[in-house]
Ligand binder design. Structure first.
Ligand code: FDA
Length: 373
């Protein structure tokens, strides 16, 4: 039996805690926020599950992960079908026959393909040097200017001409009338919310959770008193930024209660013009098909933001500079692992743009490495 300290109660920490406790180890989780569940945290307001840190839609083609989460929650059949608002004109996403019909009035896959190829010709024979050129080479100028340019510039805080081409590797084009955003086999939202799902993972007599507790307030004590630490916070912070700071993107959320039953008719509407400062509005009740108070709704505007020390680091910025710096931190992390003391995991601990299913898979791999079963 080992005495584990888990830093962070997000999905990585919760899965590891559950599996360690099940194998008769003692687990203490410390969480610096005043609630569990990390960024998947949801809170009930007016009978509506509010996704406090942005829209979270569970999707995966990993059957093992899908089966794994079923033991903690029943999932509804929510299918992500976001809509884009460009200067008041609505377009279906992802780019599919509905979008092409709305954009150009065309009806058949052959017409759509011909139109896209005609638009892409602008970049024929040229090597894209930035994100703008890359997007035009993949999908053409009309879709780039109306549905990609403003949104991406807001997300990254820089003009597309100054962003590297690799950010958009491919832009899948669907020549069918299908607005399902994800291509995955499984998709849904846990009924009753993500927090309930994490509560269930942590519901074990071997697990103790301490909220409002920051690892760095008593780091030396923790390192001395526990057999092993599972750390899911920022890896550069763990090593006192001694090799330099990794970059992150942050977000601001503006949540509002409205005295109407249905504000925008869809869970996710993206605002793709540069002049509107937010990237999207989430209307939470549509994740659960209108559950909750029929006369009220909760909406959240999402604003991308630069990250400075002390802000919430929502997204790692996986460009060359940061990936090289992370590789150096990862060498230190490897050393700590070899000394059998610290496991680094999750979006911040591994500096990876993990989706929920990927973070669960990573946690299960860490469990396998630790316990060998
Ligand atoms: P997470 O950040 O959730 O947990 C880390 C925890 O550690 C936090 O609770 C933090 O407070 C705590 N912590 C950090 N430092 C600490 C310290 N020093 N002391 C104590 N505690 C500390 N994925 C997906 O599949 N579908 C989706 O739709 C979305 N949508 C989405 C929207 C937005 C806006 C974001 C930012 C992310 C998504 N994701 C997503 C990704 C998803 O949120 C992500 O995969 C998981 O939440 C990652 O879980 P982790 O446990 O790694 O980190």
């Amino acid at each position: 039996m080992k005495n584990f300290l888990i830093v962070g109660s997000g999905l990585f920490g919760a899965v590891f805690a559950h599996e360690a406790a099940k194998r008769e180890n003692k687990v203490t989780i410390i969480e610096k926020r005043d609630h569990i569940a990390g960024n998947v945290y949801s809170k009930e307001v007016d009978g509506i599950q509010v996704h406090e840190y942005g829209a979270h839609i569970f999707h995966t083609s990993n059957k093992k992960v899908w089966d794994y989460v079923q033991q903690f929650a029943e999932f509804n059949r929510y299918t992500n079908s976001p809509v884009a608002n460009y200067k008041g004109q609505m377009y279906n996403l992802p780019f599919n026959m509905n979008t092409f019909n709305e954009m150009w009035g065309i009806r058949t896959p052959q017409e759509a393909l011909a139109k896209i190829n005609e638009q892409r010709r602008e970049m024929a024979g040229k090597e894209p040097k930035n994100l703008e050129e890359q997007a035009i080479s993949l999908i053409g100028r009309d879709i780039y200017e109306k549905l990609i340019k403003g949104y991406t510039e807001k997300q990254w805080g820089r003009p597309c001409t100054e962003l590297p081409a690799f950010i958009i590797k491919r832009l899948p084009v669907r020549l069918i009338y299908d607005n399902n955003y994800f291509n995955d086999d499984y998709q849904g939202i846990p009924i009753g919310g993500y927090t309930k799902m994490i509560e269930k993972m942590l519901d074990h007599p071997n697990i103790t959770v301490k909220l409002n507790t920051d690892f760095f307030d008593k780091r030396d004590e923790y390192l001395k008193n526990y057999d092993k630490i599972v750390y899911t916070g920022m890896i550069d912070r763990f090593f006192d930024y001694k090799l330099g700071e990794l970059e992150y993107r942050s977000l601001c959320f503006e949540t509002e209660e409205k005295n109407i039953g249905n504000y925008q008719g869809n869970a996710v509407i993206n605002y793709t013009e540069a002049e509107i400062p937010y990237t999207r509005i989430i209307e939470h009740k549509h994740f659960e098909f209108g559950k909750g108070d029929p006369n009220k709704t909760i909406i959240t505007r999402e604003y991308p933001a630069d990250w400075h020390r002390g802000d919430e680091p929502y997204y790692p910025v996986n460009n060359d500079r940061n990936n090289q710096l992370y590789a150096k931190y990862a060498k230190y992390a490897e050393l700590a692992k070899k000394q059998d003391k610290v496991i680094f995991g999750g979006r911040l601990g591994q500096y990876k743009y993990y989706n929920m299913d990927q973070v669960i898979e990573a946690a299960l791999n860490a469990v396998h490495n630790e316990f060998g079963d």
